[in-house]
Design a binder for this molecule. Structure first.
Ligand code: IPE
Ligand code: IPE
Ligand code: MG
Length: 246
């Protein structure tokens, strides 16, 4: 049986998040410019989006550009922004064909105007799609998101719209960029790095973490199916004992 056939359809992660890492090293290994690593990474994005749609994962979130990535060389940042625009133009068909709705999280106003427009356009065109929500984390940093959340809630407290005693997990969830998304169930990071890099710190509180050596441009559907099988072999206890779950 293939990995895909072994997947238990009743125990899929509802929300899968991916830190797509290793484009630069992939290029370096081949003696190519980093830009070619990023370009080849878009192929992996299409594969993974399609794979998730095939097995019916309802929410997929991809870390595409972090708040810290603005500190990369200017040329690389420019290339990544251009690649974002061209990929959105090209992939709208994949999204429509697979009934996928596009969503974005992060400090989107920091993106170049052209990228903001293209993003808005694709989000608008796919807004009635219902099979899966694909969220791109762009200019996203979890600490920035938490600061934004605290500011918004403080403002409401100051204006007597909410009392401090009533601040709970739901209130916080409702002010995060991810307000319409469930908690992350499975977080995958490629390229062998074992860190979170400021991604969804609040939302991964109880996520299963999966690290793989594969570099992002080499990541294919089967790698994803293997990761899901690995996830399905774990026991998620949420603080309880194993016996309580039976
Ligand atoms: C991930 O690949 C893409 C982005 C962070 C935008 P990297 O560019 O980080 O690749 P490595 O880590 O240098 O190999
Ligand atoms: C994290 O990758 C951000 C994205 C994948 C978009 P980085 O390659 O920027 O992470 P660090 O800085 O090495 O941790
Ligand atoms: Mg990296």
């Amino acid at each position: 049986m293939t990995a895909k056939e072994q997947i238990d359809k009743n125990r899929l992660p509802e929300h899968l998040a991916v830190i797509m890492d290793g484009n630069g090293r992939w290029a370096k290994q081949k003696g190519l410019f980093r830009s070619l690593g990023h370009e080849n990474g878009t192929k992996a994005v299409r594969e993974i989006v399609e794979a998730c749609a095939e097995i019916n994962i309802p929410f997929l979130t991809l870390y595409a550009f972090s708040t810290e990535n603005w500190n990369r060389p200017k040329l690389e940042v420019e290339l990544l922004m251009k690649l974002l625009v061209s990929s959105l133009k090209k992939e709208i068909k994949t999204l429509q064909d697979n009934n996928i709705k596009l969503n974005a999280i992060g400090n989107l106003e920091a993106l170049p105007k052209k990228a903001q427009q293209e993003l808005k356009d694709v989000i608008d065109k796919t807004k009635n799609n219902s099979r899966m929500t694909l969220t791109l984390a762009l200019s996203y940093g979890s600490r920035e998101e938490i600061i934004k959340t605290i500011k918004e809630i403080s403002h409401k407290v100051k204006n007597n719209l909410i009392s401090p005693q009533n601040i709970d997990e739901t209130v916080i969830n409702n002010h995060l960029y991810t307000q319409n998304l469930p908690d992350v169930d499975l977080l995958i990071r490629t390229s062998g790095e074992q860190r979170i890099s400021n991604f969804l710190l609040w939302q991964i509180a109880y996520a299963e973490l999966y690290f793989t050596e594969t570099l992002w441009p080499d990541y294919r559907k089967n790698h994803l199916f293997e990761a899901i099988l690995n996830y399905q072999n774990r026991e998620r206890r949420f603080g309880k004992t194993s016996e309580q779950l039976k």
